[in-house]
Ligand binder design. Structure first.
Ligand code: ADE
Length: 252
């Protein structure tokens, strides 16, 4: 899978993505990363890529021509017109399903905005998909682009090792993940739940499922509307809604 990022701050993307698991995937050639500096396509010798908005108002707007030319440079030689994702708080909110869908693409081009936004016409001309990473405003699209690249990369076969596999993690079954514990056995007087040391796989699986349900009920009840729930789950949730006990106490 090949990522190309159109940005004013290529070093930010390069440093972020060439680290940790995505860095390893790049070194292994499972994913590739190319950054194209939009400023290299400025039309004046001062490197201006932004201008005042028509109609007035605060801030500056990124001009269409440098972005269009950066795109042309980035996609020259590609057989198929790739998907273009424009990072903006005005977009559809990014989620795990979108990450999975993008991971099936051969190429993904990501455009990072700055200032007050980007001239609408270049987005229309290129058929850009607007994607937000959440309801807050950042200073630019670089961090959101890194979020997307990270989430998409881990869905590309071979990027995660077996131990790191994403299949059982948060959101994978529509629920939040259960709590995890490792050594030491006691930390600051807090003990690892006894059931996890019992070796009884079925009981452990049920406990984890209940913890997932409880967490989701407490923090993201909206997810319960679409999660796949069986009869045992529903009974547990009904009980949980009617009591203030923890999942631990409810199991016993
Ligand atoms: N650019 C600035 N804020 C953003 C956000 N929340 N999501 C995507 N791109 C952005």
């Amino acid at each position: 899978m090949n990522f190309t990022v159109l940005t004013l701050f290529p070093e930010m993307i390069e440093q972020g993505i060439r680290t940790s698991i995505t860095g390893r995937a790049l070194a292994q050639g499972i994913i590739t990363l190319r950054t194209v500096n939009i400023r290299d396509f400025a039309h004046d010798r001062y490197g201006h890529v932004d201008d005042y908005p028509y109609g007035g108002g605060a801030g500056m707007v990124m001009m269409a021509p440098p972005i269009y030319e950066a795109w042309e440079c980035a996609t020259a030689g590609m057989e198929k017109k790739p998907r273009l994702v424009y990072m903006t708080p005005q977009g559809r909110v990014f989620d795990q399903e979108t990450a999975k869908a993008y991971a099936k693409e051969e190429d993904l081009v990501i455009l990072c905005g700055h200032y007050e936004g980007v001239d609408e016409r270049v987005l229309e001309e290129l058929g850009a998909e607007r994607i937000s990473i959440g309801d807050y405003v950042l200073t630019g699209g670089e961090l959101p682009a890194m979020v997307v690249i990270d989430a998409v990369s881990r869905m590309v076969p071979g990027v995660l090792s077996n131990e790191e596999s994403g299949e059982t993690e948060s959101f994978m079954n529509g629920l939040l993940e259960y709590p995890q514990y490792t050594r030491p056995d006691v930390f600051m007087g807090r003990e690892v739940p006894e059931i996890l040391k019992s070796g009884h796989h079925a009981n452990i699986a049920r406990w984890r499922r209940d913890q997932s349900l409880l967490r989701t009920l407490e923090v993201r009840p909206d997810l319960l509307e679409t999660a796949e729930l069986d009869k045992k789950d529903k009974i547990f949730l009904e009980k949980a809604k009617n009591t203030c006990f923890s999942a631990d106490e409810m199991v016993n």
